[in-house]
Design a protein around this ligand. Structure first.
Ligand SMILES: NC(=O)c1ccc[n+]([C@@H]2O[C@H](COP(=O)([O-])OP(=O)(O)OC[C@H]3O[C@@H](n4cnc5c(N)ncnc54)[C@H](O)[C@@H]3O)[C@@H](O)[C@H]2O)c1
Length: 424
């Protein structure tokens, strides 16, 4: 099929490259000229394992191109995916500005032929029905259903394993306004082995929020258990092992630590809390999950202060900046909170990350020293905070003679001078 993908970030580019690998013809659209240029020269503008190889293959086979010309991309395809960002607004609610722009642009570009518009961005329930459809109808003068199809197809990929997650999902959810829209989207996924759940757009939108809210709550839950364990002198990881053996619980997402960050969990939980408030519901469980996550990273700093006292002028090595390993994404990374608190306390920061230094510099600025190589950072200080669980930080030898405060439980710390975990 001829597919148009609007937005070439983590979701859009991965979606485009993966559909191209399945034999579809993909046109990726972005307003950012630099991004488009990079993609067409085979350089992904984001880091994601395996993406560069697949992008180069797709370009070579001519099954993918990037452009800034949305109109041409829509008119030369039969289905368009909206994959632009849906950031938090000022009050934590969802900012639909980019979605609305794209909806109008797509509407203005529709021709006489039937075309299906698919919402892949994460949007609060009702957005596809009450925002996307009216905007497309008013700008195109055409009617949803007979003239164009509409579906909501939430994306569940995780940064760091995005390609694998996309190509081998647990399930594919397609919420369509009618059978024809749903079947058109389902045809794109023909080669996939996952079960397809067919529903309406509003339910599909809510499934995405329910999934992320559940996972975020599970993380906050195990962090709470971890915090209690720490105070009681119990290893939270042994507790999690015993807990995870219960088939009703499952061992996934039971790693107590610094809490969740990234572009999805914090903003999505805030967005559904905001939506619930609109209908006069106070979501106490979700609010508690967010509240605990706010303070969790700062517990690591408390441990350091308890051990060494005043942090003024102390050189502290922070290992890991990205919100999780395998990505260069810094959005809502716990490292940001930890570093700004350390800076306020007068510490001097040596921060290392193999992939996220460039993005971190844009957020944190020049107030700290950056290293791609952890060994270089470790030459500059003996107090070490493990913030992101990159595999290369598992090498015990890195910590010989160091004081280590581990936020991710990645060490046995056989050679460190001192070792303490946040929840164990
Ligand atoms: N990142 C994830 O892990 C993930 C996973 C599942 C779902 N999602 C959801 O998918 C959506 C996209 O997330 P992302 O992380 O890929 O975002 P992103 O910020 O990485 O990328 C968004 C892209 O859209 C482009 N864009 C903005 N306005 C545009 C316009 N008018 N026309 C064309 N391009 C435009 C931007 O330039 C940017 O390249 C969000 O709703 C997010 O919540 C993200």
């Amino acid at each position: 099929m001829k597919v148009c993908i609007v937005g070439t970030g983590y979701v859009g580019l991965v979606t485009g490259v993966c559909f191209a690998s399945q034999g579809h013809n993909v046109m990726c659209v972005d307003i950012d000229r630099q991004r488009v240029k990079k993609i067409n020269s085979g350089i992904p503008p984001i880091y994601e394992r395996g993406l560069e190889v697949m992008l180069k293959q797709a370009l070579k086979k001519k099954s993918l191109r990037a452009t800034t010309d949305l109109k041409r991309a829509v008119q030369s395809s039969s289905i368009s995916f909206i994959c632009v960002g849906t950031p938090s607004g000022l009050l934590g609610d969802i900012d639909l500005r980019y979605i609305e722009e794209v909806a109008k642009d797509i509407g203005r570009s529709l021709k006489d032929e039937y075309h299906v518009i698919v919402m892949k961005s994460t949007v609060v329930p009702g957005t596809t029905d009450h925002s996307l459809i009216p905007l497309v109808e008013s700008t195109s003068g055409r009617k949803a259903g007979p003239d164009f199809g509409v579906a909501m197809n939430p994306e569940f990929l995780r940064e760091g394993t995005a390609i694998d997650d996309f190509l081998k999902p647990d399930r594919i959810v397609i919420g369509g306004i009618d059978e024809k829209s749903i079947e058109t989207v389902a045809r794109l996924y023909k080669g996939f082995k996952a079960p397809i759940m067919k529903t309406n757009p509003k339910t599909a939108e809510m499934i995405k929020y329910a999934t992320n809210s559940f996972l975020a709550t599970k993380i906050s839950f195990i962090n709470e258990i971890g915090n209690i364990c720490k105070l009681l002198g119990i290893d939270a990881y042994e507790v999690a092992r015993g807990l995870g053996m219960d088939s009703r619980v499952s061992p996934a997402f039971l790693r107590a630590g610094l809490g969740f960050g990234g572009s999805c969990f914090p903003k999505d939980v805030k967005a559904i809390v905001g939506k619930a408030k609109e209908v006069y519901y106070h979501p106490s469980v979700l609010n508690a999950a967010l509240e605990l996550n706010e303070t969790q990273p700062l517990r690591l700093i408390k441990l350091v202060e308890n051990k060494i006292g005043d942090l003024r002028k102390k050189s502290i090595v922070v290992l890991g900046l990205a919100f999780k390993p395998g990505t260069d994404d810094m959005r809502e990374a716990p490292s940001i909170k930890i570093i700004s608190s350390l800076l306020k306390k007068g510490a001097v920061i040596q921060a290392a990350d193999p992939k996220a230094v460039e993005n971190a510099r844009q957020i944190i600025g020049k107030r700290i020293n950056y290293y791609e190589d952890a060994k270089e950072a470790l030459k500059k200080g003996d107090i070490v905070l493990i913030v992101t669980e990159w595999d290369e930080y598992r090498d015990e030898e890195l910590y010989r003679g160091k004081m280590v405060f581990d936020g991710r439980n990645i060490l046995e710390a056989r050679v460190a001078d001192y070792y303490e975990g946040i929840c164990w």
